[in-house]
Design a protein around this ligand. Sequence first.
Ligand code: CMC
Length: 433
Amino acid sequence: MSKKETKEPAEIRINGKMAKVPVVVGTEGEVGLDIRRLRDELGAIALDPSFSNTGACRSAITYIDGEKGILRYRGIPIEELAEKSTFLEVAYLLIYGKLPDKTGIETFKTLITRHTMVHEDMKNFFANYPLTAHPMAIISSMACSLSSYYPESLVAKGQEDLDLTIARLIAKLPTIAAYSYKKTIGHPMIYPKNNLSYAANFIHMMFSVPAEEYALDPDVERALDILLILHADHEQNCSTSTVRMVGSSQANLFASIAAGICALWGRLHGGANAEVMEMLEAIRKAGGDVKKYIAQVKDGKSGIRLMGFGHRVYKNYDPRANIIKAMCHKLLKKLTVDDDLLKIAMELEDAAIKDSYFIQRKLYPNVDFYSGLIYRAIGIPTNMFTVMFALGRLPGWIAHWKEMREDPELKIGRPRQIYTGPKLTHYTPIEKR
Ligand code: CMC
């Protein structure tokens, strides 16, 4: 990890005292003030609720330029990876820092393929969830439960142990995800098939039944693989920061990933893809009037947001949204799916990007705006959309956890606060209150 500091430190003054603050510059010229000694020197902390302007680490994994709409994994543009790579190759790239050679990718694939089954006893867990259980509730607890089957991984001693834990997670999460879906529809669980690709195997476990094999469409398989690539990392987002925070206490990888899955569930994060679909359906039900919906979003009283729009970092088009939109048109045409929700989505996007409310606030479609329409065309139900996001984001979470644990500067994550409660006060006995 590069650790470059400019010659000139910044100067911060408060109450007649001054501190010199080191300036850290990233490889793409981003500038950060290293304020770690500020409290010792000036008695002040940095206050930045929601971390909108706080760097929590140095990271060499993913680069985003939100103003220009740039996203790169390990320096490689997302557009190139979506066109030329595969999800497992991207997972390797993110986790191990470089594109694998032929032996590297074959070894990685074989390791993952050999661990796709989950322990038979885990089926009992699925059996005892109510039919109404949300798949995100199931996969988050199953990810953590995996740690109970591999106690040796809790005290991983070296690279080989860690590689095995990483492979187990990447191999088993799709099996768990597909089982969680089968549970909700009352179907028997389908075992993985190791002669299939990662995406094809997932589709098989989702849609095959013992009575009938699912006829795999290679275009669907490729579309799913690309969607996984596009979701694979996004630097310090809410769920990744959660994984880092949990892992910083030296919690094991399974537990840290389970926490990341929970963070992803929220409607402002990975949960947005399901909310987009619900929003489009609600607009259709109300007669398809997108202008009326946009007016409701803008009036500020309804509390309604245009789901799938806006981003903390992108103040321009989300490059993932561009790729997904093009894919969505292509795949729906190929599958001869005439989805009126796609028409509503396009009308919504068109109306929003021309509207001063969205222009002024730099709100553009994000990764979640069109992805749901592809999932829907493939047959994935809405309550599985955020699970699909989790499957994609898994290598990114792992890469960040690993980078953090290998950082010699690692300390437990522990933010400060500005206390605003009562000053010293004394206990009042109940009869005097
Ligand atoms: N619809 C309407 N207004 C919006 C939206 C939206 N989707 N997003 C932001 N705004 C407005 C917001 O009301 C505020 O307006 P004002 O200045 O008048 O108060 C302004 O834009 C800035 O919003 P913010 O909430 O301060 O921005 P943020 O950076 O905290 O939020 C966000 C980012 C993604 C949570 C937000 O844009 C949002 O809620 N979007 C909808 C949910 C969504 O699509 N989430 C997926 C994000 S991409 C994938 C992922 O990371 O999981």
